[in-house]
Design a protein around this ligand. Structure first.
Ligand code: TXA
Ligand code: MG
Length: 337
């Protein structure tokens, strides 16, 4: 099929919404990353999403709503804490896992009896949800395993010929996917995937915020994942990614010892002066690193990088989200200097 590139004009958003209503799938911008949107209640449409991405059937899709008040229509119960969190963080880059009702088919929830609910803040995504009048299931719009797309051209690259349309809403503001949490008891949440709603921000509302072990550690054989997405290799470009933790001097020495054809470094802006090897930079603080990381991983592939040594960010605040994506891209290989 021909994949149409749509703009963010109202007439094009109406087209996108019509396509979704009629069971097609469309690449849509959000404030985190681009998503592959389908009517969450239409099993055939959702099946097309899994197929276009090459996504394992047990990995559930997040359901996007125009307003958190609509969550009652798709869930069995909503704890008080969820409402408090919604008041502070919705719309925005937070996904809450809640018990689902029958209006969310099993294919959408990957066979689980829960559903991840998110209210995106991106005006284009918001408008498409409103116009379509349906809950929109949307995973990141990348081929499964590859870095998530943060621009319409990334989506075209991965999905051209496989989906009906892509809506160009500019570059994604945050650049990493939403924070995914589950609610455990009256005042406790567990972070299943870190994002730009940080542990520190959640702690302002919740008594306790647990960081799930799988965020920084590889699951052992037979261990059950709290979030199925954590089982799979993720965010990996074709190049080999190696994370290096420690001082800049140690990093430069290490790259030097391992330098050769196809080797690149991915460093902080502040490391640039006099850096002696081929490199790209990805910002000066964690927010910029989050914004740029996936784009840089794709660019490194485009220029033919084979091995990339990455300066590891410190895993605090938004840095935890960046660290989590990198450690997965690196297949949990971290060099400590
Ligand atoms: O920012 C985002 O969340 C983007 C944009 C498009 O909204 N979407 C996104 O979706 O990142 P996806 O499918 O690429 O990642 C969703 C993650 C997966 O790791 C999945 O396993 C987890 O959320 N997840 C979804 N529903 C879940 C559930 N009911 N229980 C546990 N984990 C869930
Ligand atoms: Mg994804």
């Amino acid at each position: 099929m021909d994949t149409v590139l749509l703009s963010d004009r109202e007439s094009d958003l109406i087209k996108a919404a019509e396509l979704i209503k009629s069971g097609e799938i469309v690449g849509i911008p959000t404030e985190t990353v681009y998503g592959l949107g389908a009517d969450a209640s239409n099993e055939e449409a959702v099946a097309k999403v899994f197929q276009a991405k090459g996504r394992p059937a047990d990995n559930p899709l997040i359901v996007h709503l125009a307003d958190f008040s609509q969550a009652v229509d798709y869930t069995k119960s909503i704890p008080e804490l969820a409402y408090k969190l919604a008041e502070r963080f919705c719309p925005g880059p937070l996904t809450m896992v809640l018990p689902k009702n029958d209006r969310i088919p099993m294919i959408t929830s990957g066979g689980l009896d829960t559903v991840g609910i998110r209210v995106p803040s991106h005006p284009v995504m918001h408008r498409i949800i409103e116009l379509s009048g349906c809950p929109i299931a949307a995973p990141s719009a990348n081929t499964s395993g590859y870095p998530s797309p943060t621009s319409a051209s990334h989506v075209m690259r991965d999905m051209s010929g496989k989906i009906a349309a892509v809506v160009d809403g500019g570059s994604s503001e945050f650049g990493v996917e939403s924070t995914v949490i589950s609610i455990e008891g009256e005042n406790t949440v567990r972070i299943l995937r870190p994002g730009c709603v940080t542990k520190e921000m959640l702690s302002e509302i919740c008594g306790e915020v647990i960081i799930d072990h799988a965020i920084l550690h590889e699951l052992e054989a037979g261990q059950k994942a709290a979030s199925p997405g954590m089982k799979y290799k993720h965010y990996s470009p074709r190049a080999d990614i190696i994370m290096v933790e420690g001082s800049l001097i140690g990093f430069i020495d290490y790259v030097g010892e391992n330098y050769g054809d196809g080797v690149y470094a991915l460093i902080f802006d502040t490391d640039r002066e006099g850096f002696p090897y081929r490199y790209m930079t990805y910002g000066k603080d964690s927010s910029e690193q989050a914004h740029l990381l996936f784009q840089r991983l794709r660019e490194l592939d485009d220029i033919g990088a084979e091995k990339v040594y990455v300066r590891a960010p410190s895993p605090e605040g938004v840095g935890l989200a960046v660290y989590n994506r990198l450690i997965r891209a690196a297949g949990f290989e971290v060099i400590r200097i």
